[in-house]
Ligand binder design. Structure first.
Ligand code: ARG
Ligand code: ZN
Length: 844
């Protein structure tokens, strides 16, 4: 059944407090609840319905009198008194049999929970909706050494522990962990002098991989005090690492639970990118304490209220800790790689969707990343000071609330006096707007005419103009900036903006800093792009100039069979020679647009993309780059030689990124000689993996691949990399075969989401391999999705999006994919999660 935003109504009761007792046992845990309910004066309907799934009801009572509720597989109803009453229930659940990893489950012998979005109903009967908030008191009985829940510890002894969370919260923020864990402890003093005990809890053996995460946590706590004025509000903050987890991490109040891949780090086992991601995710979950927990969501349609804002905040944090332009460029690459295809295909939905079947299918790049872009635009439009004022008002006005996007926008309207009714379309209109640029130059006046349009998306045929902040600067013919960045507000379908007092026709730098998540259509010359590549003062747009030159030359190579453009090769080489530029930035300059992105660009231009041709052109351009920069490459590679001890900071990791990019080009010239010697001497995972990747790509490295496996056999997170690398770097002809043979490897523990994703995430990302004309990769993925669905619907459903771009390709490929979509759809007892995904992907 489809659930609609417009149907929202409050629950008929409020919850005054919740007492839970857990008697742990792997396949028969007893959960006893004692909950005080009162009629909710704001509600019209007073039906007493409690969610509950996969629960065995042992007994229930109201005010001490046994009752027999009417139960279905979705929950129960019961007659209740007309004033406050105490509900008690005892249920039995089976954590060990819970392979969906939702509710209370077991991972490597430890108990843990994942309740967002609707997992609490698999723990006990409860109004499992985010607008029902309560304090929680929890007692855990069990033989495990460590027994954790939300809030502050109130009592503990042999075989039990008690916790109390004084902050009212919705059930999705509930958490429980029990196991023989060890901790990496630390402390933090908040700016008002509150002492907080910090812990990262891990399985014995992983203690040595916690220090970096702990530093990231303390930095996040300080940053949120300094930048947003937000302090922590409990005596303890616990983080737990678990190996089996559907997503990255979860912001449960005072007890964040992390996929171990998103918290455990050491130089030997983690790459620089892993470190950066871990720092960002720790920050993200910590920042949720205010944007998510203290202020939560009224219903799941408001998910972007907490996720968009928290992603925006973690991006600000990363920019502050590291490099602002590098972070921005990486985020835009990610947005184009994941969100744009979603926004422009059958899964397209607005940042605040208005209906869903399974909410877990809406933890998407659109809600998260486009949601964060919307916050960024709001900040650009109102300015930094007004943004800060609005956020203060938001925290003051809505602390303790389950809020909506309307509440959020009202805060900005009240703080700034600005009418945001048109801006609100960013939340309701799906699809990526296109902004077309036309220029005019006459009598010292330069005119930019911008027009916007958004293609229809499922359920939305006609789009209204949106408010698009377009940051523009102008450069003179000599490369000087003649007009500093100014934010043009495009609100009409078409609008002109003039710049006066110029002596010569300027070169525009448009959409600086990627000021809006749009596709810019600017028919300009490669000479002008090359000019911006060497002169733009905006680092984002300077990079973007190189990117668009690369895209242009690749598209011409694919469609017209032309040779790689000299303007591109020379332009990039000049930037790479400039030692004054940050190595991380220069490494990004060497990157090429993704092959899937090129497929979209071809499709948009009216050409059916041929994945094999895109791959060939990309390989050819890479080879041309290597030859063109032959003399420069050893110097660039040398930058990676860091003599001081390994640090995963911006400086060192930037140098290694540039060195690694250079090594992959050098490998194209020397056949892998340098990479082999680099592999032999690598003493950190970044260098080891980059050298190994170069060797595999060169068709070498068989011995190293085996040595790598032998070295890291006992480290699950490193073995995930070993699986993933082989699939992502396989040649198109070999991809499905490599994937299939890895599924036969004894370590292919497919019920572990990280391992499943290592193989199949990589398969879907290997564009020419996944879209090989034989269709074998489609078939392989579909077979495994069908197998995983009964075990773990959530992870299966997420992986279905590999097929979302299918309509772009030729008829033969579409037919091959259609067969697989139909086959999945026809599987008996398919989960609600996957049914919804496949239905949407197949389209009407
Ligand atoms: N709120 C979590 C985060 O943003 C994501 C958890 C989502 N989990 C899920 N099963 N849908 O970090
Ligand atoms: Zn989040």
């Amino acid at each position: 059944t489809t659930i609609y935003l417009k149907d929202y109504s409050p629950f008929g009761f409020t919850v005054d407090d919740v007492h839970l007792t857990f008697d742990l046992s792997p396949s028969a845990t007893r959960v006893t609840s004692r909950i005080t309910f009162s009629p909710n004066p704001d509600a019209a309907d007073h039906t007493f319905f409690l969610h509950g799934e996969e629960l065995k009801l042992i007994r229930a009572s109201i005010d001490g009198q046994p009752v027999t509720p009417d139960a279905t597989d979705k929950g129960l109803t019961c007659n209740v008194p007309s004033s406050s009453f105490v509900w008690e229930a005892e249920v039995e659940i089976d954590p060990a049999g819970n392979t969906a990893l939702e509710g209370l489950y077991m991972s490597n012998g430890m108990y843990c929970t994942q309740c967002e979005a609707e997992g609490f109903r698999k723990i006990t009967y409860y109004p499992d909706r985010p607008d029902v908030m309560s304090t929680f008191t929890v007692r855990i009985n069990g033989p495990e050494k460590v027994l954790l829940s939300n809030g502050n510890p109130t009592d503990q002894g042999e075989g039990f522990a008690e916790w109390h969370d004084p902050w009212p919260k919705p059930a999705y923020l509930f958490a429980l962990v029990a196991g023989d864990l060890v901790n990496h402890p630390d402390r933090f003093t908040t700016k008002s002098g509150k002492e907080v005990e910090l812990n990262i809890w891990v399985r014995p053996g992983d203690e040595g991989k916690c220090a970096f995460g702990m530093e990231a946590l303390k930095k996040s706590m300080t940053w949120d005090e300094d930048v947003y004025g937000r302090e922590y509000d409990l005596d303890v903050f616990n983080i737990v690492a678990v190996d089996d987890f559907n997503m990255g991490a979860m912001e449960n109040k005072g007890l964040n639970i992390f996929n171990s891949s998103c918290v455990l780090a050491s130089p030997e086992t983690s790459t620089d990118d892993n470190f950066e991601r871990i720092e960002a995710i720790i920050a993200h979950e910590y920042f949720h304490n205010w944007t998510g927990n203290r202020i939560t969501c009224r219903d799941w349609f408001q998910l972007c209220l907490k996720e968009g804002l928290t992603v925006f905040r973690d991006a600000q944090f990363t920019s502050d800790m590291r490099s602002e332009p590098v972070k921005r460029i990486r985020d835009v690459i990610d947005l184009r790689g994941r969100q744009f295809p979603e926004d422009n295909g059958p899964l397209s939905h607005s940042v605040r969707p208005d209906s869903f079947v399974e909410i877990n299918n809406f933890y998407t790049a659109t809600v998260y990343e486009k949601g964060a872009e919307v916050i960024g635009m709001l900040k650009t439009l109102v300015g930094d000071d007004a943004y800060a004022k609005a956020l203060d008002l938001y925290f003051e006005r809505h602390d303790g609330d389950a809020a909506t996007i309307e509440d959020w926008l009202a805060v900005f309207q009240d703080a700034t006096g600005r009418d945001l009714s048109q801006f609100k379309r960013w939340y309701s209109q799906a699809g990526t707007p296109r902004v077309k640029v036309a220029e005019d130059w006459a009598d010292g006046t330069y005119t930019l005419t911008l027009s916007q349009s958004t293609s229809p998306t499922p359920g939305q045929d006609n789009k209204q103009p949106q408010v698009i902040p377009v940051a523009v600067g102008l450069l003179g013919q000599n490369g000087d900036e003649v007009a500093q960045t100014r934010v043009l507000e495009l609100t009409e379908k078409e609008q002109s903006f003039t710049f006066d007092g110029l002596s010569t026709k300027p070169v525009p730098s448009i959409l600086r800093g990627f000021s809006a998540p749009v596709i810019l259509d600017h028919d300009t010359t490669s000479a002008e792009r090359a000019f911006l590549l060497s002169h733009d003062t905006d680092p984002f747009n300077r990079w973007e100039a190189g990117r668009s030159l690369a895209r242009e030359t690749l598209l011409a190579m694919i469609t017209d069979g032309t040779a790689p453009s000299g303007a591109y090769l020379d332009g990039v080489q000049a930037v790479l020679r400039d030692d004054t530029l940050d190595p991380a930035y220069r490494a990004l300059m060497l990157g090429l647009p993704g092959q899937s992105e090129l497929a979209t660009a071809l499709h948009d231009g009216g050409t059916t993309p041929d994945p094999q041709a895109i791959w060939t052109a990309t390989e050819t351009l890479r080879q041309a780059q290597a030859q063109h920069m032959q003399d420069l490459l050893p110097r660039l590679h040398g930058e990676a030689q860091v003599s001081s001890p390994y640090q995963p900071d911006a400086d060192q990791s930037g140098r290694r990124a540039l060195g690694g990019a250079a090594l992959s080009l050098i490998t194209r010239l020397d056949g892998g000689a340098l990479a082999a010697s680099e592999y032999a001497k690598a003493d950190n995972m970044t260098l080891q993996l980059s050298a190994l990747g170069c060797l595999i790509k060169a068709g070498k490295g068989e011995a190293e691949l085996q040595a790598f496996y032998d070295q890291w056999e006992d480290d699950r997170l490193v073995i995930d990399k070993w699986f993933g690398l082989q699939v992502s770097l396989a040649d198109p002809e070999q991809t499905a075969t490599v994937g299939r043979s890895l599924t036969q490897h004894p370590d292919f523990n497919w019920k572990n989401p990280n391992r499943f994703r290592a193989v199949f995430g990589a398969l879907a990302m290997n564009h020419p391999g996944f879209h090989h004309a034989s269709g074998t990769a489609y078939e392989l993925l579909a077979a495994w999705l069908i197998r995983l669905d009964p075990v773990n619907p959530q992870t299966t459903a997420r992986m279905c999006s590999a097929f979302q771009t299918w309509r772009r390709y030729d008829a033969a490929r579409q037919d091959l994919i259609k067969v697989q979509l139909d086959r999945i759809a026809a599987t008996p007892d398919l989960s609600r999660d996957v049914t919804e995904m496949i239905t949407r992907i197949r389209g009407a």
